[in-house]
Design a protein around this ligand. Structure first.
Ligand code: SAM
Ligand code: SF4
Length: 336
């Protein structure tokens, strides 16, 4: 079992996209009220006084869309300047990134993962649930160019490695597997295919199904060949490379393989719930409530340590439900 030292922090549960695989269609999501978000001060107290003493040293800011949080750059700066922070990264859809990439870099953000499910503006808009906007000349404006500009800005200011996350949905973007993989040929980018999970939009999952990593790898192998996979570090991705390519291909196969024994993370939601396992909704604690009720910090630390002790059992226990069941919270609410 890996040491659990990695915390994914959702700093906001709202999003400016409505990706088909992440959010249910036609339903109003119940957003956390702003007054219930962990404030910057509460978040910092929890990281410094609870998580770091419990062994967490690597942090990822996510959401929802983390760049929608008005104080995102200040949050990055504060976490980056803690002496025990070993790594600080962010997952974003990059729509607002072009203007913020330099500030985030200067504030101490080390790494960026960007979601990019299509290279075709129309398919992209379909996936993110955007109807398009028409200019006065009748030209349809997609959101894809802003996202691409965000990716370019991230590369220009020196975010390296730059990871691009892709979720393939049958019949929607499965014709782009090779185009997306080809991004690694000339650039030192890491394209990571994440298997579609039945979290967020169970109906879409039921209608479309999902593609397993080996099927994707076979397509890529048939076109270019593929080096043997290796597990790098303690993360969940299996890493491959097209021979001669500058970047790599990662496959996160949480549906077709069980990597619970490699799990090194917990998740903190925007309203302060700490979840030990993505696929387990039964065991979580509300740290925000504890803080606001004036619970001593040693008490919060011992609750987190208790959850850490229980984690190995929690991971495996709920695994089977995870591949077939439905979940009440979306990735955007949990902090994907
Ligand atoms: N808004 C940011 C973004 O899209 O990068 C960060 C939050 S998003 C919830 C984090 C990651 O979760 C994204 O890479 C997204 O592709 C992934 N995700 C969301 N729902 C998913 C699902 N049902 N199956 C697999 N991955 C999912
Ligand atoms: Fe928003 Fe990210 Fe979910 Fe897409 S995947 S709806 S960008 S939170």
């Amino acid at each position: 079992m890996n040491p659990v030292d990695y915390l994914r922090i959702s700093i906001i549960d709202r999003c400016n996209f409505r990706c088909q695989y992440c959010m249910p269609e036609g339903t109003d999501l119940q957003y956390v009220l702003q007054q219930d978000w962990l404030t910057q001060a509460e978040l910092l107290t929890l990281i410094r006084e609870v998580f770091i003493p419990c062994g967490f040293t690597r942090f990822r800011l996510t959401g929802g869309e983390p760049l929608l949080r008005p104080d995102v750059v200040e949050i990055v700066e504060a976490i980056a300047s803690l002496p025990d922070t070993r790594d600080l990264s962010m997952t974003t859809n990059a729509f607002l990134l072009a203007d913020k990439a330099q500030d985030l870099k200067d504030a101490g953000l080390k790494r960026l993962n960007i979601s990019l499910d299509s290279l075709d503006p129309e398919t992209f808009d379909t996936i993110i649930g955007y109807q398009g906007r028409f200019t006065q000349d009748g030209i349809r404006k997609s959101r894809w160019p802003d996202v691409w500009a965000g990716i370019q800005a991230a590369a220009t200011v020196g975010f390296n490695p730059l990871k691009l996350n892709v979720v393939i949905i049958p019949g929607i973007n499965d014709h782009e597997v090779l185009d997306l993989a080809a991004l690694t040929l000339d650039q030192e980018w890491h394209v990571r295919f994440i298997e579609f999970m039945p979290i967020g939009n169970g109906d879409l999952f039921g209608d479309r199904g999902w593609v397993d990593s080996e099927t994707l790898r076979q397509q890529i192998r048939d076109r270019w060949g593929l080096t043997d996979g290796q597990v790098v570090g303690s993360g969940p991705a299996d890493i491959f490379q097209i021979p001669g390519a500058k970047g790599t291909l990662g496959f996160i196969s949480q549906m077709s393989e069980c990597f619970c024994d490699r799990c090194n993370r917990m998740r903190l939601s925007a309203d302060g719930w700490l979840r030990p396992c993505l696929l387990n909704e039964s065991r979580q604690i509300n740290l925000r409530e504890g803080l606001r009720q004036g619970m001593p910090l040693w008490d919060l630390r011992s609750q987190v340590r208790q959850l850490l002790e229980e984690k190995p059992e929690i991971n495996f226990k709920e695994r089977d439900a995870g591949t077939t069941g439905r979940y009440s919270r979306t990735m955007s609410q949990i902090g994907g």
